[in-house]
Ligand binder design. Structure first.
Ligand code: AVJ
Length: 320
């Protein structure tokens, strides 16, 4: 018998093989974000039904004074943002800090140099004189680096309820990793989408325009493009469920029929039974009890919290 061995040249390839040969099948939501996916996520953030953006924008806009006051330190501070994106919400805070002549530097961290270049340009244009020092790399590489050479107070900021893509054990690991890079006076400022009317949550992930469906299905287009595959994307259905007991929203792609997909670059044939699923994303919703449990497990404490007028969303401030 001869066995052909193919060497996977990226973790994307490895993860696709693992996810599509497992039962049940899954693909990680981190692979949503190629150029097309980034654009679709921007479109999602602009939809009124995707309330998370407006809620967090409201919190930052209406409570910037109190938020800034909690960040301040005698020798100033470094505001380190993980996963900065287009910075729409962050800029409100940056503008306020700059207007108040508060001593701080802004260090956005992103894996994409492209994103960082665009952000730097727009921040410098809108907030002249700001000290912005983009750091390219994964969160942990950069946080480790900063912990080793940085002495002034750090405020680590993660907006957008991005932590919600992680199951609780991974979320604890993420918080713990951040905690390990913190000095005693450092803070974490992080957004957590809250449990609410389940219908509101379903509507946020199941818009009639089909933008979220396109975002979810983009991972199949991406496999087609990058791995020379032949997914018939229209033969998959975007399906969202929300469990109000656990607070977990889950996204699936459901095969509408029995079908076979060829992924040439991986020399892989994938069979789908009719109505077989690919799990693609979790978007966890929280309450105070769960957040304080996560914090406790990670060696952090809730120092303060800020919420919007509807109580849809909270930004927590954690200390060590
Ligand atoms: C960027 C992970 C916070 O889960 O709400 C939006 C991504 N997925 N619509 C979320 C997303 C579907 C979003 N996060």
């Amino acid at each position: 018998m001869t066995t052909k061995t193919i060497t996977y040249t990226s973790t994307f390839e490895e993860d696709v093989v693992k996810g599509l040969t497992a039962f049940p099948k899954s693909l990680s939501s981190k692979y949503f974000y190629d150029k097309k996916g980034d654009k679709l996520f921007q479109d999602i953030m602009a939809m009124p039904t995707y309330y998370l953006t407006n809620s967090e924008f409201e919190i930052i806009s209406s409570q910037k004074e109190a938020i800034s006051a909690s960040f301040q330190a005698e020798n100033g501070f470094d505001l380190i943002e993980l996963g900065a994106g287009d910075g729409k919400k962050t800029k409100v805070l940056l503008k306020y800090l700059a207007e108040q002549n508060i001593d701080f530097s802004y260090l956005p961290i992103d894996i994409s140099q492209n994103v960082l270049d665009g952000l730097k340009e727009s921040v410098e244009k809108e907030i002249p004189g700001i000290d912005i020092q983009p750091q390219q790399g994964t969160y942990f590489e950069v946080l480790e680096d900063l912990a080793s050479y940085n002495t002034r107070k750090k405020v680590i900021m993660v907006l957008g309820s991005n932590i919600g893509n992680l199951l609780h054990p991974k979320a604890i690991e993420f918080l713990e990793n951040i905690q390990e890079g913190m000095n005693p006076n450092d803070l974490v400022f992080m957004g957590f989408d809250q449990k609410k009317n389940p219908q509101t949550i379903l509507d946020a992930y199941n818009d009639k325009e089909g933008i979220t469906a396109a975002f979810n299905k983009n991972v199949l287009h991406r496999i087609n493009r990058e791995l020379d595959a032949n997914f018939d994307v229209d033969e998959f259905l975007h399906w969202e469920v929300y469990d109000p007991e656990t607070g977990t929203a889950k996204s699936y792609l459901v095969s509408k029929k029995e079908q076979e997909v060829r992924i040439n670059k991986l020399e892989l044939d994938v069979n789908f039974k009719a109505w077989e699923t690919i799990h693609t994303e979790i978007s966890q919703k929280y309450d105070d009890a769960v957040v304080s449990w996560l914090a406790d497990e990670a060696g952090l404490q809730i120092a303060n919290q800020f919420t919007d007028s509807k109580g849809f969303y909270k930004n927590y401030l954690f200390k060590k």
